[in-house]
Design a protein around this ligand. Structure first.
Ligand SMILES: Cc1ncc(COP(=O)(O)O)c(C=O)c1O
Length: 433
């Protein structure tokens, strides 16, 4: 039987290095918040395969819905022989999307594809072309998406030219001294120096930046953006791909601000691990593109839609919004205790169960510690905890454990995180260089 190192050798020979791996741990099976590798070692999963498993690995209800669908058919293509589950899931999401305006939903397969479609719809509906996005934002790896993504390495460098007429402004980050007023002033400056607001089709924003480092957009900032969009006829796109489906204690994170976006992109936890994504938006805007202008062969697969309907039932039945708030509060309190013990923890950030620690030297926001972050992730991996890093400076550890995790497992994982921080040297006070 193969072990992790054999498989890693084969992987290095057969798969391009451009697809990174955070751990050389090869999965064999998983259940809820636990995963076992091919050597039989058990791990607690604080990564959820990058925010995909809010309902845990192989939730029995989601599994049963997929199994039932497998007995019927696996593909027909919604554009060729449509099926009810696509419509039922669209109806459910239209109801759940924030705001009173009637909604429509189109399904795709990946997050990037949802973002691409949101941009296409926004351009078609407004007959405008420019897009404003945020520094540090992440919207996917396809060609249009890397233009929107606000981080050059490793996402943009070497892959150009980028989509034209994409402009970036700073995202509010209190820890780094960027206020909402700074961000709004940057947009104002953009309208003076670079682009006529009448050319701007959309502003795309993650209510909480995911890959960028779990920075939380203050509610008043999101409301100010909404007002700015209304003033200039610009569409507001909320990218909820990482924040959606109860992760932050609301079905969608933008609800914390009481804002109705024009379009919303969702993916990741929508279908418990089956590739599925969607654009949910105001019906009139969604109906702008001509017949045949939107779609895709695998878009909104029967398996994905069946799983998606089951995921919504699990979120409701198991009250995962309140569970996210409850577990998030517990986790945050514990991380604040660790912050008192480990000087390297510069900030603890949380919205529901979207929780992160930012690691710095000398308690200084301008001295990110990417080496320490890498070392903590590796130490945790050796001790049986799957962690993920993120951040523009690669110095943030994010916790995205399933919302269905037991408190006992959460505690066990936190104890491993504490040991890993100690092993990697987070307790040492670094001398000022
Ligand atoms: C906010 C956000 N948008 C878009 C994407 C891209 O999604 P995918 O990797 O499914 O294409 C991601 C993925 O991490 C994301 O976090």
């Amino acid at each position: 039987m193969s072990d992790n190192s054999d498989l890693h050798k084969r992987r290095m020979a057969a798969v391009p290095r451009g697809v990174g791996n955070s751990l050389a741990v090869y999965a064999e099976r998983a259940h809820n918040a636990e995963l076992w590798d091919i050597e039989g070692r058990r791990y607690i999963d604080f990564a959820s395969g990058i925010a995909v498993l809010n309902t845990g690995h192989v939730h029995p209800h989601v599994k049963a819905a997929m199994a039932a669908q497998l007995e019927k058919f696996t593909h027909g293509c919604f554009q060729v022989t449509p099926y009810e589950s696509y419509i039922a899931l669209a109806e459910a999401l239209n109801e759940l999307a924030p705001g009173p305006t009637p909604k429509k939903t189109i399904f795709l397969s990946t997050g990037a594809e949802a973002v691409e479609n949101a941009i296409k719809i926004a351009r078609y509906a407004t007959r405008r072309s420019a897009i404003i996005a945020f520094s540090g934002g992440f919207h996917g790896r396809t060609l249009a998406c890397i233009a929107l993504t606000g981080k050059v390495q490793p996402y943009k460098a070497g892959f150009g030219p980028m989509l034209p007429e994409v402009f970036h402004v700073p995202f509010p980050m209190a820890f780094h001294g960027v206020t909402p007023e700074d961000s709004l002033a940057a947009i104002d400056q953009l309208f003076k120096a670079d682009v006529d607001p009448a050319r701007v089709a959309a502003i795309i924003i993650e209510p909480v930046q995911g890959e960028g480092g779990f920075y939380i957009a203050p509610p008043e900032f999101l409301r100010a953006l909404r007002a700015l969009c209304d003033k200039h006829g610009i569409l507001m796109i909320a990218d909820e791909i990482q924040t959606g489906f109860a992760r932050t204690g609301r079905m969608f994170a933008i609800e914390h601000a009481g804002v109705e976006p024009d379009l919303m992109t969702v993916a990741k936890s929508i279908a418990g691990g089956v590739p599925l994504s969607a654009v949910i938006g105001k019906a009139e805007i969604m109906d702008a593109p001509v017949v045949g202008g939107l779609g895709g062969t695998f878009a909104g697969s029967p398996l994905g839609c069946a799983a998606g309907l089951a995921v919504l039932e699990v979120i409701e039945k198991e009250k995962l919004n309140s569970r996210a708030e409850q577990l998030g509060a517990k986790l945050t309190a514990r991380l604040r205790q660790l912050q008192a013990k480990f000087p390297a923890i510069g900030e603890v950030r949380a919205l529901g169960m979207m929780v992160a620690i930012e690691l710095v030297k000398n308690r200084r926001a301008d001295m990110p510690d990417a080496d320490l972050t890498r070392a903590v992730v590796q130490a945790a991996g050796r001790r049986g905890l799957i962690l993920l890093s993120c951040g523009v400076y690669s110095n943030v550890i994010r916790i995205l454990a399933p919302l269905t995790i037991t408190e006992a497992l959460l505690d066990e994982g936190l104890a491993i995180l504490e040991q890993s921080l100690a092993e990697a040297g987070a307790g040492a006070t670094t001398a000022v260089a």
